[in-house]
Design a protein around this ligand. Structure first.
Ligand code: NAD
Ligand code: ZN
Length: 350
């Protein structure tokens, strides 16, 4: 078992290779009451009710599947359950699921009684390497993705690798997009590993190492800049364009799939405005395509531009992009013009 420390508003650990049943037991014992959130698929496939039955102080709230759970109407229902269960400030919430569930659960915990403890048990690769670590919690709204949220770190993140066995290749690949992002901004060894393990089946064999390396980078960055005053923005590499694509698709596309296109966009933009070498841009495409991730789009440019303007990373009138000078050296692109963006878009539309 490995542990990675994160320093945020409090210190906590990401525990790698645990068994979730033991965690449910331990957390329930250390609080008076716990509310557990999980999507139906996890409840039924992993027999959650069987494990919760002996825990008399635990209640279960089944969340809708996917991105649609990150909605204020669901948060209201969770608050209702918290009220009915009588959750006090010393009680806790456990979110078991993908990134949508850990984002939602963290947000419900942040807002109930101005913040109660919560624990994350991520069940997708995206949630293990990214969403459950770092304390960003939130929901979507008509205005945009993740615009409503709070920084509210969990008390612990518990990665049970057995969950990956039921994860579809599509969802595993979506998580790999975030892993590849980490490779480009900081950890070149990730790129080397994925060049040799060049299919989803092969990459699954090195899940633990990929998770460990990705979490180590995220933990380091978050520990230096928890509230994203600057350094943490490097983790948004590929996300400005990615979020626009994701929103346009009404979340039919996986977050990681949209980020995949966003990574190629960010690399092409860096090529245009700061001279990122073409072989590095090509490496983005080839690595992502190895895992059948999308690298181009047919969505028209004007609505994407509009969505990028409303993204939370824009400050004032400028849209913020992270680019690369070279592999492992992120660069803030401060003065990107509409012309640059349109010309870059032309290079990724097919
Ligand atoms: N807070 C952050 O810092 C942060 C970072 C990255 C991503 N995110 C958020 O995370 C979300 C994307 O994460 P995601 O792709 O995990 O989304 P998700 O939670 O929607 O999960 C994707 C799908 O996998 C299913 N699933 C979950 N676990 C499974 C398992 N073990 N086996 C089979 N199927 C399983 C889910 O039911 C869902 O259909 C987005 O909402 C994104 O905004 C947040
Ligand atoms: Zn992401």
């Amino acid at each position: 078992m490995k542990h990675i420390k994160v320093s945020a508003e409090h210190e906590y650990q990401v525990h790698l290779d645990v068994h979730f049943e033991g965690i449910l037991n331990d957390v329930s014992k250390s609080h008076n009451k716990v509310l557990i959130l999980a999507p139906e698929f996890i409840v039924s496939t992993y027999h959650l009710e069987q494990f919760l039955h002996p825990l008399e102080n635990a209640s279960l709230f089944v969340v809708p599947d996917g991105e649609h759970q990150k909605d204020i109407s669901i948060v209201e229902k969770i608050w209702q359950s918290m009220g009915e269960a009588g959750l006090t400030r010393s009680d806790a919430l456990i979110a078991i699921g993908g990134g949508a569930t850990t984002d939602l659960g963290g947000f419900a915990a942040a807002t109930w009684l101005r913040g109660i403890s919560w624990y994350a048990i991520p069940t997708t690769l995206a949630a293990m390497v990214d969403a459950s670590v770092g304390g960003k919690t939130g929901i979507n709204s008509q205005v945009g993705k993740n615009l409503i949220g709070s920084f509210h770190s969990p008390q612990g993140v518990y990665v049970d690798l057995r969950f990956l066995k039921t994860l579809s290749d599509r969802d595993f690949a979506a998580g790999l997009a975030e892993v590849i992002k980490v490779g480009f901004i900081r950890d070149t060894e990730i790129l080397n590993l994925l060049q040799s393990k060049n299919t989803v089946a092969l990459a699954r064999e090195i899940s633990e190492e990929l998770i460990y390396r990705s979490v180590a980078v995220k933990a380091d960055v978050v520990s230096q800049d928890f509230q994203e005053s600057r350094l943490r923005e490097i983790l948004n590499y590929g996300h400005t364009f990615g979020h626009a694509i994701e929103k346009y698709s009404h979340y039919e596309m996986r977050h990681g799939e949209a980020v995949s296109i966003g990574l190629v966009f960010a690399a092409e933009l860096a090529g245009r405005v700061i001279g990122l070498k073409s072989d590095v841009i090509d490496l983005h495409r080839s690595l992502l395509q190895q895992f059948d991730l999308p690298t181009s789009t047919h969505i028209p440019f004007p609505p994407l531009m509009e969505l990028m303007r409303s993204d939370k990373k824009s400050r004032g009138d400028s849209i913020r992009f992270i680019g690369l000078n070279s592999i492992g050296t992120p660069h803030w692109l401060e003065d990107v013009t509409s012309n640059d963006l349109e010309a870059t878009y032309e290079r990724i539309t097919s």
